[in-house]
Design a protein around this ligand. Sequence first.
Ligand SMILES: [Zn+2]
Length: 461
Amino acid sequence: MSFDDHAEELASALGVDKQEVKDDLENLVQYSVPVEEAKSSLRRKYGDGSQGSGEPEPATIEEISPADAAVTVTARVLTVGKRSIRYQGRDQEIFEGELADESGTIPYTAWEDFDLAAGDTITVIGAGVREWEGSPELNLGSNTTIEKEEETLDVPYEIGGDASLDDLQPGDRGVAIEVKVSEVESKVIDGRDGETEILSGVLADESARLPFTDWAPHEAIREGESIRIENAYVREFRGAPSVNVSEFSVVEKSDREIDAGAGAPRRTIADAISSGGVFDVEVVANVLAVRDGSGLIQRCPNCGRMVQKGQCRAHGSVEGRDDLRTKAILDDGTDAVTAILGTDITAEIYGGGIEAAREQARKAMDQTVVAEDISTKIVGREVRVRGSLSVDEYGANLNVSAFAESDDEPEDRARALLDRVANSSASAGGGDDGDDSNSTGEDGTEGGESDDDGIAMEGSV
Ligand SMILES: [Zn+2]
């Protein structure tokens, strides 16, 4: 919608002169008031009937709807995060976090510094409401008045944003975590203001490991260091949450040693899939099948995709490079996932490297013998697998970093699994690099009815 359209729409809704509305609108937007909020405040100024001319009636958080033009609410500040955004070509500092009352919580963005602190009880008068993914959010701007209350409002929510890594969800703001820096490296990226140095790596605590990016490198972020990070925010990165540290984050050495074991948290496959992706996870499951596209394969020298009959999907006719890979269907009785094992792990299972595989294929005049050997070694076995689980439209994939036979008691798991297999074939469909028909039978399960239970090939090769 153009600026003119906004003015037009508003003028006709309010029954006032368009030029007058446009001037007012321009004036507000010039002071960096978001256009939706500017419109709300003009609706209040000219009175669109629903709001009257005074303050909006006090509401509880539960009552706030995206349809409200503006609201007044008394609430407790749960979190305050500060960050810089580029808005209409300029850098602007904004504050964001969550407010709560007895009835619920609501995210807010403050376009001005209202000097909010976690734990404050405030009455917000004339906050704009906008919709974000179907839910209301509050906009606090130049037309909002904030009164600090003497009396503390009791709310059934944690104040201050302290969280453990497995609590974090994309969209969280103003979070505080105590973690150990498990990996860190410095990188130069082409940022919005030219080349900038950033840090990236992996943070760990007792609950999980997560990737992070520090956009304004902090001295305290060093490998092996236990640190406290305040005012971080969370984004999604490759299907899992990622911690973002900014110039406004406070990073300090922690006074306690964070006990971040080297292990990854164990989850069921169903649980890992339903959380939308896990950066580093351990599952214990049975290998149901080794899929086509496993064993000795050829990759395009340009892009690394699997080459079939001398053809790369992107680069046409190419001279493929030999590689070893295994795509194994794992099932733990709760759900199934396609595990992708790279060259080294595949070589370990196979008991030989690329050269040995090439030699075996040459003798047999058939390279599928390599995948068959791998199948014999792992299908039907219970394995303990660690890696990064991602979920996309084709299904769930686990990029494996460690693979070992399980030392767990396998009987219960096997029984649960057999029940599942009896009902649904263990085959998988879909296909990304086109090398695959539905793979069945290798695991000894009957059927061949491929009723694709959500497994697919990896998105990357
Ligand atoms: Zn290619």
